[in-house]
Each structure stands twice: as C-alpha cells, then as structure tokens.
Design a protein around this ligand. Structure first.
Ligand SMILES: NC(=O)c1ccc[n+]([C@@H]2O[C@H](COP(=O)([O-])OP(=O)(O)OC[C@H]3O[C@@H](n4cnc5c(N)ncnc54)[C@H](O)[C@@H]3O)[C@@H](O)[C@H]2O)c1
Ligand SMILES: [Zn+2]
Length: 362
C-alpha cells in the first residue's frame, strides 16, 4: 500500500492507495480513533458491488453502520437530495462525531462531502473513491459541492476529508468508457507537472486499458501526489490551483455546448489539445510535443477531432465561463510537456481561429 500525505496544518490527512484495502477500512478508522456509529452514503450500483461487503466488514470490526442510498447520476447533486439526506441522518441519530463514508464516484463524493460539511456544521468525512476520476481528482483537495440551476458545482465548500481510502481493485468493475474518461485527468497531471508520468502512460497504455492493478496503482499514486502537492500550496484555489484547470476552459465550453452529451473526459481531452494548439500557435509549445500529446490522446481512446458543434456557440460559452477574470479569459497553457503557465493574454479571436482550423490539421 502507498500513502500520500496532504499537508494542510490541522486539516492534514492521508490518502491510502492499494489493491484490496477496502477490507481494511475498519482497521484504518480505528487507527484514526473512530468508534461507534458511522454512515455510508452510496448509490445502488456501488452498494451492490462493494457496499454490502464494506458494511459487513465494518460491523465485524465493531462499528454500527447505517447505509444511505441515493440513485445513480449527476442530477442527485442537488439541494433536494441533500435535504433528504439530512432527514435520514437525523433519523439515524447521527451526531457531530459520526463519520460519513462517501463510497462511490465523484458524484457521491461531492454530494456526501457537501452533506458532511454542512450537517451539524460539519461531521468527519471519509472518502472512498471507486472511479478513476474520483481516485485521482475529486476525492483529494476538499472541494465538495452540489449543482443548483445553472450553477454546476457552485454551491459548496472547502471541506477536507479526514482520510481517503483508495482501493485500486474497485476499478476492475468500471466500464472502459468511464475508465478512459478518468484517464484524461491523469494525462492532465502529466502535462502540467510530470513528463515521466506521460512516458509511463505511453508505455503502459495497454495495461491501463486491461486494468493491470500495479500499473493503475502507479498512475493513481503519481496523480494523487501531484494533486496533493498543488492543494497544499493553494488550498482555497486563489492562485496555483488554477493549473488544475488545464484543458478545462475549452473543455467545459464544449461539454456545455454539447448540452452535456459529450463526456467530461472527452471534452477535457479536446480542451487539452486546444490549449496545446494555442500555445504552439503563440510560438511556445514545440510542434513535436503537440503531436506527441495528440498521439497519446488518440491511442488512449479519447477524441482528437472537434465534435460537430458550432464554433460560435463554443466561443459564446467560453465568454460566459467562470474562468473569465475581469473581462479576460484565463488559460492554462503548456510550455512543454510537464510544465504549464497561466495567462490572460489569449485573445478570443485566436481561440476561434484554432477551432475553425482544427479538423483540417492533424
Ligand atoms: N470535487 C472535485 O474536486 C471534483 C473534481 C472533478 C470532478 N468532480 C465531480 O465528479 C463527478 C463525476 O465523477 P465520476 O466521473 O466518478 O462520475 P460518477 O460518480 O457518476 O460515476 C460514474 C459511474 O460509475 C459508477 N461507478 C462508480 N464506481 C464504480 C465501480 N467501481 N464499478 C462500476 N461502476 C462504478 C457510478 O455509479 C456511475 O454510474 C461530477 O459531478 C464532477 O463535478 C469533482
Ligand atoms: Zn475534470
């Protein structure tokens, strides 16, 4: 088992990464001085796969467990569902010291995290992420949120978990599409900070796709370390943390211009290429690095062609994007693979030109 420590003063915690470690959850909780009651929040899919076993395991370790279920899907990240969970927590006699275990992907992590941050002004949160995206991204860093009307992820808090238990073996039941979706974020970490990780992904792509546990453990560990390092320097997202938005400016615009029919990871893949093309056009990123990234994204099974959306619609959406700072668009651009910079010097007309030229180029 590997450990990543997230150093945030009194809010510090560890991310435990290993195969089969879900079974040790009770032991880990006892080591962290938890006893008595606890609540698992999950969905029917994950409950069927891992929830019942986890429940039995915790019961054997002397915990008294209540499992709360929400249906599967992004639309569960709502105030209404949070409200229902508050009622169920009250009915289960949950107290200030009763930990909430978020067992599932990013949706469960964000929702259960939001509930944990707000119920009784905050109860201990344990993240148990079961998708690649949740393991490398959403379970670390303390951003918890629900969606509200047009405000996706905008009602929330910074609320760090007490512990993250990342069991690589849970990725075995993920469908390929969801796995590849999460892989886009791993490629993101490599481009922003770890050139060796990019080479590692290139060399082990087949093993990643065939769910080789030791390779998955390595990419999750390295990604978690990068995310933890960035969060440690900028917990509240006031500066450096913005580099995690690499690929997300154009990515979010494409996702929302497609009415969320295009998966997040696919949109981010295109967004990462867009930023790379912009940087190359500005004379910063070398052509061979752009082509290398293009090749990797393609062989990962992520899109490199712009989907059939109107460029003007994408540009309009970028204009409304949250990353616009005092009228300027904020972009994270690669200098080279493994290093990025933040700029507001990218003009919308350059972005438009890149999108118009896209499918004519390689
Ligand atoms: N808080 C953050 O910092 C942060 C960062 C990135 C994304 N997010 C949020 O994460 C969410 C997306 O997360 P996601 O991609 O994990 O989606 P998800 O939670 O919807 O999970 C994807 C699907 O996989 C299923 N699933 C989960 N674990 C499984 C397993 N082990 N085996 C089989 N199926 C499994 C889920 O039930 C779901 O159907 C979005 O709401 C996004 O806003 C948050
Ligand atoms: Zn993302």
């Amino acid at each position: 088992m590997k450990r990543v420590r997230v150093r945030l003063g009194s809010n510090s915690y560890e991310v435990h990464i290993g195969s089969g470690i879900l079974e040790q959850t009770g032991q880990r909780l006892k080591e962290n001085w938890f006893t008595g009651n606890l609540v698992i929040i999950t969905n029917p899919i994950v409950k069927g796969l891992y929830g019942d076993a986890l429940n039995q395991n915790l019961t054997r370790d002397g915990f008294s467990v209540v499992t709360l279920e929400v249906p599967d899907g992004e639309e569960q990240k709502s105030l209404e569902v949070a409200g229902r969970l508050y009622n169920e927590l009250t009915n289960a006699y949950a107290e200030r010291t009763t930990p909430i275990l978020a067992l599932g992907g990013g949706v469960i992590g964000d929702l259960a995290g939001f509930v944990a941050a707000t119920y009784l002004r905050g109860v201990p949160l344990i993240q148990i992420p079961t998708t690649l995206l949740a393991q490398v991204d959403s379970s670390i860093g303390g951003k918890v949120a629900i969606d509200h009307g047009q405000l996706k992820n905008k009602i929330g808090a910074f609320y760090q978990p007490k512990l993250v238990i990342t069991d690589i073996a849970t990725l075995k039941t993920l469908d390929t599409k969801t796995l590849i979706d999460g892989l886009a974020e791993v490629i993101k970490y490599a481009v922003i900070q770890d050139k060796e990780l990019l080479t590692y992904i290139e060399d082990n792509l087949d093993k990643i796709k065939s769910l080789d546990e030791s390779v998955l453990e390595e990419i999750v560990f390295r990604s978690a370390k990068i995310k933890a390092g960035i969060v440690e320097k900028d917990e509240k997202d006031l500066g450096l943390r913005a580099i995690l938005n690499y690929g997300h400016t154009v990515g979010h615009a494409i996702e929302s211009a497609s009415d969320f029919k295009l998966e997040h990871g696919k949109a981010v893949a295109i967004g990462m290429l867009a930023a790379a093309k912009i940087s190359n056009r500005m004379g910063i990123l070398a052509k061979n690095e752009l082509l290398r990234l293009n090749r990797l994204i393609q062989s990962a099974g992520l899109p490199t062609k712009l989907p059939n959306l109107e460029v003007t619609k994408i540009i309009q959406t970028i204009k409304h994007d949250k990353k616009i700072l005092r009228g300027k668009i904020r972009f994270v651009l690669p200098k080279s693979i493994g290093s990025v910079f933040i700029t507001d010097e990218v003009s919308l007309s350059l972005v438009e030109q890149i999108l118009v030229d896209w499918n004519e180029e390689t």
